[in-house]
Write a protein that binds this ligand. Structure first.
Ligand SMILES: [Zn+2]
Ligand SMILES: [Zn+2]
Length: 144
């Protein structure tokens, strides 16, 4: 499936109308190897992009499970596209580990690594699972 087709498929799967903004935002997030902030997105999208529409698009995508927030070590909110395999019509799972690189400062989704089960004390009920590791990413490893 081409990129354009897979973007159309994701939008229609979530009952979203195909607008140029939605297509552009999802395409940018899918193409990025790491999570992007709304500021990063503004830099990548057409300069005429309306910031309010961008924020609204991100909020809609998040509510629909097209993208997810990536927690970092700062207050900046970053977003990543959910792996197409994590999105089905009926279920959505985002229980993967995130990795913050202390060299390039980017945060990566490690989609293939599931957050390990955590045994909570009685009386505690978790609602979200944010699992962040930090260190040096593969791009920033010193040459062998
Ligand atoms: Zn790095
Ligand atoms: Zn992620």
């Amino acid at each position: 499936m081409s990129t354009a087709d897979s973007i159309s498929a994701t939008l229609s799967l979530h009952g979203l109308r195909q607008t140029p903004m939605r297509r552009a935002v999802l395409e940018a997030l899918r193409a990025a190897p790491y999570a992007l902030s709304s500021h990063d997105l503004e830099q990548q999208l057409d300069p005429s992009t309306d910031r309010i529409t961008l924020y609204r698009t991100l909020r809609t995508f998040e509510q629909k499970g097209v993208i997810h927030r990536v927690v970092g070590t700062t207050d900046i909110v970053r977003y990543a596209a959910c792996a197409p395999s994590a999105c089905t019509e009926h279920a959505h799972t985002d229980d993967h580990v995130h990795f913050k690189c202390t060299a390039c400062q980017q945060t990566y989704c490690l989609d293939q690594i599931t957050v390990p089960a955590v045994q909570l004390p009685p009386g505690f009920r978790a609602q979200t699972r944010d699992y962040l590791l930090s260190g040096v990413c593969e791009r920033c490893q010193p040459a062998q």
